[in-house]
Design a protein around this ligand. Structure first.
Ligand code: DC
Length: 244
């Protein structure tokens, strides 16, 4: 049998729960619920791509210039700190939190272009692996189950129809008192899906061994409960298998 080490991976003390799925499907909300329940940390890796995109735009770097983006990513000081109850890990660059800035529309529009740069992807992948090396973490993104942690203990591919995702995003923005036009949001989601699915390097795909959950007709709480149920039954089966 191949050991974790033989594939260049370290043995972990806690579980890695990897989640992928398209934009606006609720991975962060659901992933945070799952992490809280398990006493794990949670990270949304999209924030890392967004943080770099924001910094590049601030510095006037062309988001299609992969080499310049990679140089920028190497020059920045990246820190990952848990906030609030110690569950959610937030990205800080050069000593600054960028939670608000990374939600700007120009960042959303350009982040899938930035995420197409191979040098950037390799750098962020290495940081993500480091963050998860000890396990006890829920990590979500587009390539976590396929590229960052192909050996994750539990893999979920979370899906929902495009219309449902646009509906959820519209509702969320309106609840925050922000203007939200359903058609514009739908269009933006279509564009982002296209970028993420058609990217040459590490496009969004369903890992063969991922559990696919279509949450179109489910609430966030129901989806999180479903994932927790599956994790617990897998854990139980693992423990029973090991003691048999
Ligand atoms: O999850 P999000 O929409 O905030 O992510 C922002 C962008 O980063 C999005 O276009 C997809 C990309 N991304 C990626 O390519 N790989 C990841 N692991 C996470 C996000």
């Amino acid at each position: 049998m191949k050991s974790a080490r033989s594939k260049g991976k370290r043995a972990r003390s806690g579980l890695v729960i990897a989640m992928d799925g398209p934009a606006g499907v609720g991975k962060s909300t659901i992933g945070t619920m799952v992490a809280k329940e398990l006493g794990f940390r949670f990270i949304n890796t999209g924030e890392m791509y967004r943080a770099l995109t924001w910094k590049a735009l601030e510095e006037g770097i062309d988001p299609t210039d992969g080499d310049a983006l990679t140089r920028l990513a190497k020059r920045l000081t990246w820190e990952f700190r848990t906030v609030g109850e110690g569950v959610v890990i937030r990205t800080h660059i050069d000593g600054k939190g960028v939670t608000t800035q990374i939600r700007e529309e120009r960042v959303s529009k350009n982040s899938s272009i930035v995420a197409g740069a191979g040098g950037v992807r390799r750098l962020l992948r290495d940081m993500q692996r480091k963050l998860g090396e000890d396990g006890s973490i829920v990590m979500e993104g587009r390539d976590i189950t396929t590229n960052v942690f192909p050996d994750a203990d539990f893999k979920v591919y979370l899906d929902a129809s495009i219309e449902e995702r646009a509906k959820r995003r519209t509702k969320q923005l309106r609840q925050q008192g922000k203007p939200a036009d359903y058609d514009k949001i739908l269009d933006a989601i279509i564009q982002r899906d296209r970028g993420d699915l058609q990217r040459k390097i590490n496009p969004l795909t369903q890992a063969k061994d991922a559990i696919v959950i279509d949450s179109t007709k489910m609430t966030m709480v129901e989806t999180a409960e479903e994932i927790l149920k599956l994790i617990r039954s897998k854990r139980k089966a693992g423990i029973e298998g090991a003691t048999r």
